[in-house]
Ligand binder design. Structure first.
Ligand SMILES: [Zn+2]
Ligand SMILES: [Zn+2]
Length: 119
C-alpha cells in the first residue's frame, strides 16, 4: 500500500458537459479544472475567491484572453450564477475548440463589415 494511493482516487472528474472522464492534472503535471475536449468547467470552490463560489453550476468557455506574456487563458462563465473566471490553457486542450472560441466575435460582428470597405 503506497501512501499516495489515497489521492489518486480523486484525481479525475467527469465533464459537466460531454461526460468525459478528465484527469485533474494535465500532461505537464499542473492541475486542470476544465475538460480538454470541450473546455467546459464546473463552478467549484477553487475558482475566484470572494465570489458566490461553489454553486457547482456548469461553466462554459465564452472567450479567450491573451496575457502580456503571450499565454492564453480561457474565460469561463457559470451558467447558474454568471460568475466569470479565467483559467490557463493546458497543453492537451482541444486546439480546434480553442481557436473556435477565440475567433467567435470575428465571425459574429455586431455591425456590418461592409463599412470597412469604404475606409
Ligand atoms: Zn467536456
Ligand atoms: Zn456559479
Amino acid at each position: 500500500m503506497g501512501t499516495t494511493s489515497a489521492t489518486s482516487a480523486i484525481s479525475t472528474f467527469a465533464c459537466a458537459w460531454c461526460g468525459l472522464t478528465v484527469s485533474a492534472y494535465a500532461s505537464d503535471g499542473v492541475a486542470r479544472n476544465h475538460c480538454p475536449s470541450c473546455l467546459h468547467s464546473r463552478h467549484v470552490l477553487d475558482q475566484v475567491e470572494g465570489g458566490p463560489s461553489d454553486c457547482e453550476g456548469r461553466m462554459s468557455a465564452i472567450a479567450i484572453a491573451v496575457l502580456r506574456t503571450g499565454d492564453w487563458r480561457v474565460i469561463h462563465r457559470c451558467v447558474r450564477c454568471d460568475e466569470l473566471t479565467s483559467n490557463s490553457v493546458r497543453p492537451d486542450d482541444n486546439q480546434l475548440v480553442l481557436m473556435r472560441t477565440a475567433v467567435r466575435p470575428l465571425a459574429q460582428p455586431p455591425f456590418p463589415l461592409e463599412a470597412f470597405g469604404s475606409l
